[in-house]
Design a protein around this ligand. Structure first.
Ligand code: PLP
Length: 425
């Protein structure tokens, strides 16, 4: 169904002037979306990377329903509730040791903004107000608010807002064989500006929206070590990589790194409710702890720690503990590996890659930019075959819910491997 010109809705990342097909989804179950017209669409990107176990997991639905009838919402300043308390305890227990304070917000962008404010606020309160520089990695994405656009890759998506964005220092993406250059670049920035860098923000193992660019755990480890030489706050943006996507619960585990601050959102509720959490070492809390009101952490949003979202997220942590989630993930990891192996040598693709449950490949075309026509062409092609895949430029990636069957995975690889020929690429 095309958006009727009378619909008041303005969709995200959508050029309405190209008359895009807008699919109206009626319900969802497991790995599938269903339309009222009877279409059954395989959700190969977990509905923008949020659904982990599958759509409408009965335990998550039940948790939402039960909580909605009991306590819907309550101001979180000066108040608390059982779902938030239980969730915070579970998060502290499940994340790397040393992350022991939890600040709730509503989206990945706000989780990252909170992390930046925790770092800057702590340096300010500790009398190191000169520490304001932020270092980031090339091709990163941390959200679409003004603050998170500032620390993300600059390009066509934020050119119009450039006057609003603050400056950061950027280190190169660690290309294979050139990882040492990335580490050296961070060393140089710290050496050039001793005691001035507040924080380093990075997506560990996979840069998601930047094109599913993957790099090794050893690089994460080295970057963390460099940060330690000048007390630079290491902020891990695990908004996408968290909750099993990279094969382990959090990506940092593979690098054996405990970040100073960890941001989580997308998979936190299993994809059922919007919620985010920024976890930090207790020293950030302590830097704000005082009898002086000027030193408190000045951040909130209206729905902070919404009880329904927290109840669902807590139930998600229990699903991780009681259901064979890791087994499903491992099966997906093997499923990708076998099929990517079979795709090797296909003339239409290059740079086949995998990190845990995420697989990606670049379609061989000359125009590779984000705005090249290839992405919408591929998207439409996959839609016609009832598979939801939303390429980033010429990069096709698969980031599915963990309930996916082997047959589902076969179908996804089938429509991808056929695409270059059928589209005459
Ligand atoms: C999606 C994403 C964000 C932003 O999350 P929103 O919920 O869309 O605000 C931040 N960081 C990373 C790594 C992401 O993938």
């Amino acid at each position: 169904m095309n958006t009727s010109p009378t619909s008041p809705i303005w969709h995200p990342f959508t050029q309405h002037g190209l008359n895009p097909v807008i699919t109206s989804v009626d319900r969802a179950q497991g790995a599938y979306l269903y339309t009222a017209q009877g279409r059954q669409i395989l959700d190969a990107i977990s509905s923008w990377w949020v659904v982990t176990h599958g759509h409408c997991h009965p335990r998550l639905v039940e948790a939402a329903q039960a909580q909605a009838g009991k306590l819907d919402q309550v101001i979180f300043a000066g108040h608390t509730h059982d779902p938030a308390e239980r969730l915070a305890e579970a998060l502290v227990e499940m994340t790397p040791d040393g992350l022991d304070k939890v600040f709730f917000s509503d989206s990945g962008s706000t989780a990252v903004e909170v992390a930046l404010k925790m770092a800057l606020g702590s340096w300010h309160n500790l009398g190191e107000a000169q520490r304001t520089r932020i270092v980031v990695m090339e091709h990163s994405y941390h959200g679409d608010t003004v603050g998170t656009m500032s620390i993300g890759e600059r390009g066509v998506f934020n050119a119009a807002y450039a006057p609003l964005l603050f400056d950061v220092d950027t280190i190169a993406f660690p290309e294979p064989g050139k990882e040492h250059l990335t580490v050296q670049a961070l060393e140089k920035i710290l050496a050039d500006h001793p005691g001035q860098v507040a924080a380093f923000v990075v997506e560990p193992l996979v840069l998601g929206a930047g094109g599913m660019k993957m790099y090794g755990a050893d690089v994460v480890k080295s970057l963390k070590r460099v940060c330690e030489t000048d007390d630079v706050v290491f902020i891990a943006d695990e908004v996408m990589t968290g909750w099993g996507r990279t094969g382990t619960l959090f990506a940092c585990e593979q690098a054996d790194v405990v970040p100073d601050i960890l941001c989580t959102s997308k998979g936190l509720t299993g994809g059922l409710m919007p919620l985010a959490a920024t976890l930090c070492h207790r020293r950030f809390f302590e830097a704000h702890y005082s009898t002086d009101r000027r030193r408190m952490f000045f951040h909130s949003s209206s729905y902070t720690a919404n009880p329904i979202a927290c109840a669902v997220a807590f139930e998600n942590t229990q699903i991780w503990k009681t259901e064979p989630v890791q087994e499903n993930i491992d099966q997906l990891v093997h499923g990708h590996a076998a099929r990517l192996g079979a795709l090797k040598g296909h003339p239409g693709f290059s740079n086949l890659r995998q990190c845990g449950t995420i697989a990606a490949m670049d379609v061989n075309v000359s125009d590779q930019g984000y705005l090249s026509d290839i992405a919408p062409k591929l998207y439409d092609h996959f839609q016609k075959q009832d598979v939801l895949l939303r390429p980033l430029g010429n990069t096709v990636y698969i980031l599915p819910p963990y309930c996916l069957t082997d047959l589902d995975l076969d179908k996804i690889y089938h429509v991808i491997s056929d695409a270059p020929d059928l589209l005459g690429l």
